[in-house]
Design a protein around this ligand. Structure first.
Ligand SMILES: [Zn+2]
Length: 407
């Protein structure tokens, strides 16, 4: 049994903070949450005095690429170093992510399911992982790794990652099944280009047709997987929403078609804007990436504000990997800059994120019977959410009731 005494509690529900809380953890779950020293516990319990600090639910990043280590072609195609070195590099990123208070991460492509197994088996420390394994898109889409001439020079650098290229209704169903066979917890697809995709396949350029997308969503749901869809703008964004994807990733040009925001609010489609990655894209060495990222910035912010006003659930996701792995909580800072209150932005990385994963009964708030995932921060993050990015502030990280990191 673990008892945390005296911290100010932000429970993730959106309720205001509670001072001088007592959190009792037993068998991996929250046994009780009370104000003041009202709780009772046996003498054998480990009591940690966290007075003066703030306790939050374990943080969640709903869009990461833990196994990506750069946008350069050789790195992207996994030609720059042996697989063993790359896997150990990924393991280091995963361990650091947990140490910064992130107890759950959804990987949006590139991470094979073996890392999840390694953590579950205790071979390494890391957040609870959900992985999409690889991105599904048609020929020419963001998941299609070919040379500019169309030459397919890298068939399978890593055999643990099935190829995500799918064309036509039957093939789309086949590739969804390949991902699930390879251990995918969620299906990631793309119906538009992006900021960093090849020249000629930009943010408003579509991929997939309506029949393909309906088949993809249908197959994923039949297999019990949610669909997270990379879609920035133009007809591909509408197509994804009409097909019934569960979350829109990026959604930079949602503001150009206000009907879509209403549709998301009505259907409960989550919006994962991934502001962090665009901070880096705007400074990209590649001119076409830089220009796209700068052009979409105003729309992206407008899209978030309209989504919030319409009651769409906005979720924290960094889309880290291509530009390295900055602290995941950078996204919380950027969400505040985009118009969320600090409490809302923390909710986007806790309770709302858990809903996006379909794990709201287990994660995302500090309430009785939930999994005991929590982070203790030295200071009050509501006064400045940037402190969540400072390693020395993250004093205690508990995952499944076990202390994973103590500083
Ligand atoms: Zn991504």
């Amino acid at each position: 049994m673990l008892v945390l005494r005296g911290a100010t509690l932000i429970d993730g529900t959106g309720r205001p903070p509670v001072r001088d809380s007592t959190i009792v953890v037993e068998d991996g779950r929250v046994e009780s949450v009370t104000a003041g020293a009202a709780g009772t516990w046996p003498a054998s319990a480990e009591v940690v005095d966290v007075a003066g600090m703030t306790v939050l639910p374990g943080l969640i990043d709903c869009h990461d690429h833990l196994a990506s280590h750069g946008y350069e072609l050789a790195t992207r195609w996994e030609l720059n170093e042996p697989g063993s070195t790359r896997h150990l590099r990924t393991a280091r990123v995963i361990e650091r992510t947990l140490a910064m208070g992130y107890t759950t991460v959804r990987d949006a492509g590139g991470l094979d399911a073996g890392f999840r197994a390694a953590i579950d088996e205790g071979l390494m420390k890391g957040p609870r992982l959900l992985t999409a394994v690889a991105i599904i898109s048609p020929i020419g889409g963001i998941g299609d790794r070919v040379s500019p001439s169309g030459h397919d020079c890298v068939v399978a650098a890593d055999p643990a990652l099935p190829r995500g290229v799918a064309n036509g209704v039957e093939d789309v169903r086949r590739v969804v099944r390949l991902m699930v066979r390879a251990g995918a917890d969620v299906i990631k697809c793309a119906t538009t280009g992006g900021a960093s995709s090849r020249a000629g396949h930009g943010p408003r350029d579509p991929a997939f047709d309506a029949d393909e997308m309906r088949a993809l969503v249908d197959e994923a749901h039949a297999l019990g997987r949610r669909v997270m869809c990379h879609a920035l703008g133009g007809p591909g964004l509408r197509l994804a929403l009409e097909a019934g994807v569960d979350s829109v990733e990026h959604g930079c040009y949602l503001d150009e078609d206000p009907e879509l925001i209403a549709m998301m609010a009505e259907r409960g489609t989550f919006f994962v804007p991934t502001l962090t990655v665009y901070e880096y894209h705007r400074e990209s060495k590649a001119a076409h990436v830089r220009e796209r990222a700068r052009a979409l910035q105003r729309h992206h912010r407008e899209s978030i504000q309209r989504a919030l006003a319409a009651g769409v659930k906005v979720v924290a996701g960094t889309d880290a990997g291509g530009h390295g792995h900055p602290p995941n909580a950078a996204e919380i800072e950027h969400l505040v800059a985009a118009g969320l209150s600090p409490l809302q932005a923390i909710g986007a990385a806790t309770s709302v994120a858990a809903q996006c994963l379909g794990l709201e009964h287990e994660l995302g708030t500090l309430e009785k019977a939930k999994r005991a995932d929590l982070v203790v921060v030295a200071g009050d993050p509501l006064t400045d959410v940037r402190m969540l990015q400072a390693e020395e502030r993250i004093r205690l990280v508990v995952k499944d009731g076990v202390i994973a990191v103590r500083r």
